[in-house]
Design a protein around this ligand. Structure first.
Ligand code: TYD
Ligand code: MG
Length: 456
């Protein structure tokens, strides 16, 4: 344990730092998540280092004399292609030497598969790589690599969980790319807390970061997410690493989205779309309509073009409205925020006078997409209204727009782009907010929607 008075306390879930122990975290309101964190260790640098005493947190190997910006060589940030165009796209053109990327996602989403594919591809192209596997045994990694078509690969593998041993291997081998799967398994006896704790994760990351920067190693750390969808202990890591990517998707569905949450070397406006297949992840270069269900649209289902970074994806919102016998009718949402659904139902009830308080409402987004774009509001409202009527007016409808509490449908960003994507897929009818410029551009194809439009 660290000497008293010198250590601080941090929340395991959200990274909230407090000077003393608390039963409940003021940051995320979770109970029993605050734990003691030892002060940052001071460690001597390896061969060629600038002497002992550099704090772990001081990770950049900045020269002591200031540089002129004009003298900085941008070519020193050459990119390493991962072999997967979609992955490169999210990174902003590939991995940067000396950078640290954190890849988060729920168990089973395919993080290990994605990174093993990258390692195998790079190794086959003659790039020196290293996989540090703290979760899977070498035999398990081998089995997976056979499945991915890399049985003969010379990829170097280190089944190790001790931070110091990993650092030593990195300093000796100096690979161009190192993947650590996962950062939560790393631990050091010098940090006085249990493996997986904030203190251990933070210490391991700080040390790895220093070695990566000093040796120009592109380092990828795999991190687990908690049930709330947050990377465990990651608020503490987010500011340390150069990029944070999140790998999302439903396990039962084949499609996966890779998203940049933070990126010091590129835009956070890019997503990569993959499909989990028999032999690993396949890229989906034109993902616009892969999330649509096959066959004709039925009543209660409306297509909405949502923006994912610079891409426009078509999502299908399905609703079912059934007579309820409950005092509190059910509102069940998958792929749509529950509070957002409650608001839309309230707007439909009050502004469009649909007697929805007598009905159970189920809303689902096909293909396992989770919609965050407010443009989906109108599609959700129309899907519910059309399911309630159960008539034929919902057939083949595409719509987008943000629904306000007053019942108005508001303008959303990049309307033209969304309409073009729908037009490309041949949607006969598109409902959009009545914005003047679009009406002139698309008068022949679109009918402006209003709160009344949403109700009928
Ligand atoms: P994995 O990559 O281990 O996920 P994570 O590291 O994020 O926990 O596994 C993902 C799932 O994908 C696993 O349940 C099996 C499946 N899978 C395939 O469908 N095809 C494949 O080629 C591979 C390797 C895995
Ligand atoms: Mg894994």
């Amino acid at each position: 344990m660290a000497p008293r008075g010198k250590s601080s306390f941090a929340c395991r879930e959200c990274g909230y730092v407090s000077p003393g122990w608390l039963g409940r975290c003021p940051g995320c309101q979770e109970w029993n998540t605050i734990e003691e964190v030892a002060p940052a260790r001071t460690i001597p640098r390896g061969a060629g280092g600038r002497g002992a005493g550099a704090a772990v947190a001081a990770t950049t190997h900045a020269a002591s004399a200031p540089l002129r910006l004009s003298d900085v060589d941008p070519a020193s940030q050459a990119r390493l292609s991962t072999g997967l165009t979609e992955f490169d796209r999210v990174l902003g053109g590939g991995l940067v030497a000396g950078s640290v990327v954190l890849v988060g996602g729920e168990p089973g989403v395919g993080k290990s598969t994605l990174l093993l594919q990258t390692l195998l591809d790079m190794e086959a192209r003659g790039v020196a790589t290293l996989l540090v596997s703290g979760e899977e045994s070498p035999a398990q990694v081998k089995l997976r690599s056979v499945r991915l078509g890399g049985e003969g690969s010379k990829l170097r593998l280190l089944a190790e969980t001790q931070t110091e041993s990993v650092i030593m291997a990195l300093e000796q081998l100096k690979p161009a790319l190192c993947v650590v799967d996962s950062v939560q398994t790393l631990w050091s006896a010098e940090v006085g807390s249990a493996p997986g704790s904030v203190a251990q994760i933070r210490d391991a990351t700080a040390q790895l970061l220093r070695v990566a920067k000093d040796n120009g190693i592109a380092l990828v750390l795999v991190g687990h997410v908690t049930k709330e969808g947050e990377l465990a202990g990651p608020r503490v890591l987010e500011h340390m690493v150069d990029a944070v990517l999140s790998f999302e998707g439903e396990r039962a569905q084949p499609f996966r989205i890779l998203r940049a949450v933070k990126n010091r070397f590129g835009s956070t406006n890019e997503v990569g779309v993959f499909q989990m297949a028999e032999k690993g992840l396949e890229e989906v270069p034109d993902p616009a309509s892969v999330f649509l269900e096959e066959g004709d649209l039925r009543s209660g289902s409306v297509v909405v073009p949502v923006l994912e970074g610079t891409r426009c994806l078509l999502a299908e919102v399905q609703a079912l409205v059934a007579q309820s016998n409950l005092a509190m009718p059910q509102r069940v949402a998958r792929g749509v925020d529950r509070n957002r659904l409650a608001m839309i139902v309230a707007v439909l009830t009050r502004r469009a006078r649909l007697p929805l308080y007598k009905f159970d409402i189920f809303v689902n987004v096909a293909g396992g997409l989770a919609l965050e774009d407010p443009a989906a509001d109108l599609a959700v409202a129309l899907a519910i209204a059309s399911a309630w009527r159960d008539g034929s007016d919902g057939h083949g409808i595409a719509a987008f727009g943000e629904v306000s509490l007053t019942g108005k449908v508001r303008y959303v960003l990049q309307g033209e782009k969304r309409i073009q994507e729908l037009a490309r897929r041949g949607f006969p009818q598109i409902l959009v907010p009545g914005n003047a410029t679009w009406k002139t551009c698309w008068r022949s194809k679109c009918s402006p929607a209003s709160s009344r439009g949403a109700a009928r």
